[in-house]
Design a protein around this ligand. Structure first.
Ligand SMILES: Cc1ncc(COP(=O)(O)O)c(C=O)c1O
Length: 486
C-alpha cells in the first residue's frame, strides 16, 4: 500500500480547499466562534481541524471511505488483518474488546495486574472474571505479567471461559510471553485479547519486544497517545483470525463509543502511521540508542538503579521494553512518589508512573538531545539534593501473596448492589464494592467483589499519609471504604 497517503489529513485539506461552511456540529464552526482568549492558548489550527466525519471529512454516505482507507493503511503498516480507530482511549477500547469476547455473565480470564479501565469493564459488562495473578518479585516489590503456567491452570479450571485478556507491557516495561499464552488459548479455541496500551510503537522496530499480533493474539488494543505520536485518547484495535467476529466487535463498539468521533484523533493517528511506516525504523533506532545511554548513565548514579534485563527470565518478565526507563530510588531513602514530586517541583521534569519504590520515564521517538540531557541532569540533582526532601511516613508494603484476594461475588453485583461506607478498621472480612487504585499507574488493589483482608487494609491505610493517591475510591483519604451491605 502507498504509505505516503494520509486519507484523513487529505480529506481535511480538501475540506478547507472547498471552503465548506457547516451548519451542524461542532458549533464553533472551525474556530469562527471561539473566544480569542481560548485561541491564544489552543491556537486556531486545532479548531480549524475539528470537523465531523460525516458531512465534513466524508460525505453522508461515507462513499469516499476516508476512515476505511486510513484504517486499512494502519493494518498494513503494523501487519494486522484489520485495524479500527477509536477516539475514547484504550479505556473504552478495552471494554469493547472484552465485550466482543465475553457477554454479561460470561467468564473471561484476566490478568489481575489490569488497569482500572479493565476492572471498570468487568463491572459495566457484567463479566465473570477469572483473575490470573501476576508473579510478584518480593525484592523489587514489582508485579510481572502472569506466566503461561498460570494461564494454563486457569484455562484447565475454567473450560467455560470465553477467552483471556493479557496486559502487556506493564507500567514498568515488563512483557508477557504472549506467543505461548496465545498457543494455550488457541489449543482450547478461545481468543487472546492483549491490552497493549503501552505498546503502540512495538510493531515498528525489530529490536523492541514482539507485539501481540506478531505473537498470534487475536485482538490487540493500543493507546497511540502513550508510546506513539497521536494526540490523547487515540486508540487502535487490531484484529486477526476468525475467533473474534469483526461485525460483533463493531456492533459492541457501537454500544459504547461516541457518535461524535474527533477528527483530531483520526488525523493524528493517520499522520503517525505515515511517519512510522516511512521513518519508524530510523526514529526508533535513535530512541533505542538514547535509551541505552540514559540507562547506563542512571545506573552509574549512587542510590539509583535502573530496571534492566535481570528481570527477564523464568518467573519474571518474558521481555522488557528498553524505552520504559524504570528507576528504583529506594537507595536514596525516598519513595518514588516523593522523587516524582521533587523532580517536578525542582526541575520541571514530569515522570510517568511512580510508586513506593520507583519512578518511570518513558522515552519515545520524540526525544532529542535536549530531553535526554534534561532527564539526566534532573536525576543527578535528585541524587545530590535528596537529603533536602522531607522524610515522609513509609507505605507498609504487603507480602506479595497477600495482594491476591478472593473474588466472592460478581463485581457488577457488588458495585451496583446495596453498599455501606464503613471505617477502614472494620472492613476486614467484608466484600469490596468499589475500586481502589493507587494512581498512577492505576492498577486496582481492591476490586468490587473481592473479600477484603487485614493485610491489604494495613497497606492501603498507610498509603495516603505517604503520598499515595487513590482517586477512584469514594473516600480518597481511605479512612473509610465502600463495601457490600450486610
Ligand atoms: C494497561 C493499560 N490499559 C488501558 C489503559 C487506558 O488507556 P487510555 O489512557 O488510552 O484510556 C491504560 C492507561 O494508562 C493502561 O495503562
Amino acid at each position: 500500500m502507498d504509505h505516503s497517503r494520509t486519507p484523513v489529513l487529505e480529506a481535511l485539506t480538501k475540506f478547507r480547499e472547498r471552503g465548506d461552511v457547516v451548519y451542524g456540529p461542532p458549533g464553533h464552526k472551525q474556530g469562527r466562534g471561539v473566544d480569542p482568549r481560548v485561541l491564544d492558548v489552543l491556537g486556531p489550527g486545532m479548531f480549524a481541524a475539528d470537523v465531523l466525519m460525516l458531512n465534513g471529512l466524508d460525505d453522508r454516505r461515507e462513499s469516499r471511505g476516508v476512515l476505511d482507507q486510513a484504517q486499512a493503511l494502519m493494518a498494513d503498516a503494523v501487519g494486522a488483518e484489520r485495524s479500527f480507530f477509536s477516539t475514547c482511549g484504550s479505556s473504552l477500547s478495552v471494554k469493547t474488546a472484552m465485550l466482543a469476547v465475553a457477554g454479561p455473565g460470561e467468564k473471561l480470564l484476566i490478568s489481575r495486574n489490569a488497569h482500572k479501565s479493565v476492572v471498570s469493564g468487568v463491572i459495566i459488562n457484567g463479566t465473570d472474571p477469572v483473575w490470573v495473578h501476576p508473579r510478584f518479585d518480593p525484592d523489587l516489590h514489582l508485579a510481572h505479567p502472569p506466566q503461561p503456567d498460570d494461564v494454563e491452570r486457569a484455562l484447565d479450571e475454567h473450560p467455560d471461559a470465553k477467552g483471556m485478556l493479557l496486559i502487556t507491557p506493564t507500567d514498568w516495561g515488563g512483557c508477557a510471553d504472549i506467543a505461548r499464552i496465545a498457543e494455550l488459548c488457541h489449543a482450547r479455541d478461545v481468543p487472546l485479547i492483549v491490552d497493549e496500551a503501552w505498546g503502540a510503537h512495538l510493531p515498528f522496530h525489530p529490536d523492541l519486544p514482539a507485539w501481540g499480533m506478531a505473537c498470534g493474539a487475536d485482538l490487540v488494543v493500543t493507546s497511540v497517545h502513550k508510546m506513539g505520536g497521536a494526540i490523547e485518547q487515540s486508540s487502535v484495535f487490531h484484529l486477526q483470525g476468525d475467533r473474534v467476529d469483526p461485525d460483533v466487535l463493531k456492533q459492541r463498539e457501537d454500544l459504547l463509543g461516541t457518535t461524535s468521533a474527533s477528527s483530531l484523533v483520526y488525523a493524528s493517528l493517520d499522520g503517525w502511521r505515515r511517519q512510522m511506516a516511512e521513518q519508524g525504523r530510523a526514529l526508533l533506532d535513535a530512541a533505542l540508542a538514547r535509551a541505552g545511554r540514559v540507562r547506563a548513565a542512571v545506573d552509574g548514579l549512587p542510590g539509583l538503579s535502573v530496571m534492566g534485563r535481570e528481570t527477564v527470565g523464568p518467573g519474571g518478565a518474558a521481555d522488557l521494553d528498553p524505552l520504559a526507563v524504570t528507576v528504583d530510588v529506594r537507595g536514596l531513602g525516598v519513595s518514588g512518589m516523593q522523587a516524582a514530586e521533587w523532580l517536578r517541583a525542582a526541575c520541571h521534569i514530569d515522570v510517568g508512573a511512580a510508586d513506593q519504590c520507583r519512578v518511570n520515564a518513558r522515552l519515545t521517538h520524540a526525544d532529542d538531545d535536549e530531553t535526554e540531557a534534561r532527564l539526566l541532569d534532573a536525576l543527578r540533582r535528585l541524587v545530590d539534593e535528596h537529603e533536602r526532601i522531607d522524610p515522609q511516613p513509609q507505605i507498609r508494603l504487603p507480602a506479595p501473596d497477600t495482594l491476591q484476594l478472593r473474588t466472592v461475588m460478581l463485581p457488577r453485583d457488588a458495585f451496583f448492589g446495596p453498599t455501606e461506607q464503613i471505617p477502614v478498621g472494620k472492613a476486614a472480612g467484608r466484600v469490596a464494592a468499589e475500586l481502589v487504585s493507587p494512581y498512577p499507574p492505576g492498577v486496582p488493589v481492591l476490586a468490587p467483589g473481592e473479600l477484603i483482608t487485614g493485610a491489604v487494609l494495613d497497606y492501603l491505610a498507610s498509603g495516603p499519609p505517604a503520598g499515595m493517591l487513590a482517586p477512584d475510591a469514594a473516600d480518597p483519604s481511605l479512612r473509610t471504604l465502600r463495601v457490600v451491605a450486610e
